[in-house]
Design a protein around this ligand. Sequence first.
Ligand code: CO
Length: 212
Amino acid sequence: MPSYQQIFENNKAWIASKTINDRNFFEKLAQNQQPDYLYIGCSDSRVTAEDLMGAAPGEVFVHRNVANLVNSIDLNVMSVINYAVKHLRVKHIIVCGHYNCGGVKAAMQPVDMGILNPWLRNIRDVYRLHKDELNRIEDEGKRYDRLVELNVQEQCINVIKTAVVQQRYLEEGLPTVHGWVFDLHSGRLVDLNINFEKILKDIREIYDLTKK
Ligand code: CO
C-alpha cells in the first residue's frame, strides 16, 4: 500500500510513463472524450474498472457504487446513464458485479443495517424476485455467487427500463447492455450473456418509454 506522500511520487512516474513515447499524450487527452463504453460497477477497491479491462484513459466512462446498483430514483446513476447515452453516445453499457461482494453479502443478512437499509433493499428485492431459484441452492457460497449474478441481471434490466436507452436504441440500434461478473479468485471477467433484445421486447408491455 503506498503511503499518502508516495501517491504523488507514483503520479509523477505515471506521467513519465505516459509521455515517454507520446509527448502530447495529455494535450490530446485534455481535448475531448469519446468513450465507447459506460461501465457501472461496484465501489470495491479490488475491482478496478479500467485496469481489469486493460482500458486506457478516455476509453471508459465509469460509475461505481456499493453493489453496482441502478436505482431509478438515484439521481447520480441516472444522470451518468443519461449523459453517457445522449451526449457521449456510448455503444455499450456494462453492469459489472463481482463475487465476494460485501454489499450483496450484507443484503443476505436479515438485520437492521441503518443508513444502508434503503440501499440494500434493492438487492433484497432481487432476492425476493428469484427466491425460488435461490432457496433451492443449499450451499450458501453458491447461493451468494448466484445472487451476485442475478443482481447484475436485474440491474441490466433497470438500465434497459430507462427512456434514453430505449429511445436511442430505437433510432440507432445502440447502445446494447451487457452483464459481467468479475471473479476475484482468478481475475477472470465472465460475460453473463444477457439477452438484451429479448429483455427489451419482454419489458415493453409495462416499461415502454419510446413514445413522447
Ligand atoms: Co461489491
